[in-house]
Design a protein around this ligand. Structure first.
Ligand SMILES: *Cc1c(COP(=O)(O)O)cnc(C)c1O
Length: 381
């Protein structure tokens, strides 16, 4: 067992899709205690909002048409805030589902009594624009469409262009859960035809957990006044207060986390922006897949569907293998990985985002080799 209470250094590197390993400077930014009523703190929130729009919208001339809203809570709270706030009382949501995070959006809509249909796909298949087009032309009641840009369940990344074209030519509103891709993968919400994009502080921007954010089409968001099914997750209200009170969040703001996020945005810029970060993540993920292949492990997805964010490996089909044991052995060596989340096969997942390097990934690979040897299993699925 690793003692996580001993000191303030981390007991392991996180090879997980958030929370993830952050830099010491991001964590140090949390030492500063700021008041939610301090105009300088609120200005920091406004700066962050502008920088998020810059990251989400490629063309500077288009940026004034978009706005960003921070929302307290984990990423799911922000997804729930969007679904619960921007669909009119008579609206209907179609969720294109190919994993657990898509299913969670359906669950949110159902819990909020929002009319909702699910367009189901296999977990190893991307959302099919043709099936989506057919579903939309079959049902005029559908006003909104949602999908998950990078399904963290598997690691599948959509290019999103075909989906966006279908939704936009059908005249529907598009919500994208880009939680695990935003900041780590080149992204332009205009090209994706998105009206709302959601992500959170503790994913590719490399902040710590505590809030999520929405980048929204300003005109669309402005039309949603009064539709929210919740007070604390009312997106329009949150936006109005941010706009009218100089970047003030309603209710207690996660001040330490926001300050750390600002630092994380500076560090993203210092790295060379999203394209440089993407290059690093791709290199780390390529190192992972090549090294695992040498050890005999197989990925769930073919490389053209694979994101640089997280990779699903099929579990070894060998009685000498058990995930809990494999996991514990790696954790004891300073590496934290995730169990699988797919329904059709045993698997495990290894993340490649966060403050990690190719060398860290090589170290994980040697540890996996060592553990495999020690447990005495063959990696073949
Ligand atoms: C991380 C993640 C979320 C949000 O999860 P939380 O645990 O609520 O932060 C939602 N969707 C996707 C695709 C994610 O990767």
């Amino acid at each position: 067992m690793v003692d996580i209470t001993m000191d303030d250094t981390s007991p392991y590197l996180l090879f997980t899709p958030g929370p993830l390993s952050t830099t010491g400077t991001v964590r140090a930014a949390m030492k500063r205690e700021l008041s939610t009523w301090d105009p300088d703190y609120n200005e920091l929130c406004d700066v962050i909002r502008r920088r998020l729009v810059d990251l989400a919208v490629a063309h500077p001339s288009s940026r004034p048409r978009f706005t960003a809203v921070l929302m307290q809570g984990s990423g799911t709270f922000t997804v729930e805030s969007v679904i619960g706030s921007v669909i009119p009382p008579s609206g209907k949501l179609l969720v294109a589902v190919n994993g657990a995070y898509g299913r969670r959006m359906v669950q949110i809509a159902e819990r909020l009594r929002i009319d909702c249909v699910e367009l189901q796909h296999e977990e190893h298949e991307p959302v099919d624009p043709d099936r989506l087009a057919a579903a939309l032309s079959d049902d005029d009641a559908i006003t909104h469409v949602a999908y998950v840009h990078c399904e963290t369940t598997t690691g599948l990344l959509h290019d999103g262009i075909g989906i966006g074209e279908v939704v936009s030519s059908a005249g529907r509103c598009l919500l994208i859960d880009a939680m695990s891709s935003f900041g780590g993968v080149p992204f332009d919400m205009e090209a994706l035809r998105a009206d709302y994009v959601v992500s959170s502080a503790n994913k590719c921007i490399q902040g710590v957990p505590g809030f999520g954010f929405v980048i929204a089409n300003r005109e669309n968001l402005a039309s949603t006044d009064g539709w929210a099914r919740s007070v604390s997750l009312d997106l329009h209200d949150q936006w109005q207060v941010l706009e009218e009170q100089g970047g003030k969040l309603r209710f207690t703001s996660p001040t330490h986390v926001v300050h750390a996020f600002h630092q994380a945005l500076d560090e993203l810029d210092a790295e060379g922006g999203v394209s440089a970060r993407n290059k690093r993540l791709v290199e780390i993920q390529n190192t992972l897949v090549a090294g695992m292949a040498e050890l005999g492990f197989q990925t769930l997805l073919p490389s053209h569907l694979q994101s640089p964010v997280i990779t699903t490996f099929l579990a070894p089909y060998d009685p000498a293998y058990s995930f809990p044991k494999f996991f514990e052995e790696l954790k004891a060596r300073g590496f934290f990985i995730y169990p699988g989340k797919i329904t059709r096969a045993e698997s495990f997942r290894i993340g490649s985002i966060g403050n990690i390097t190719v060398d860290d990934m090589r170290n994980l690979l040697s540890a996996i080799g060592e553990v495999k040897e020690r447990m005495g299993f063959s990696a073949a699925p």
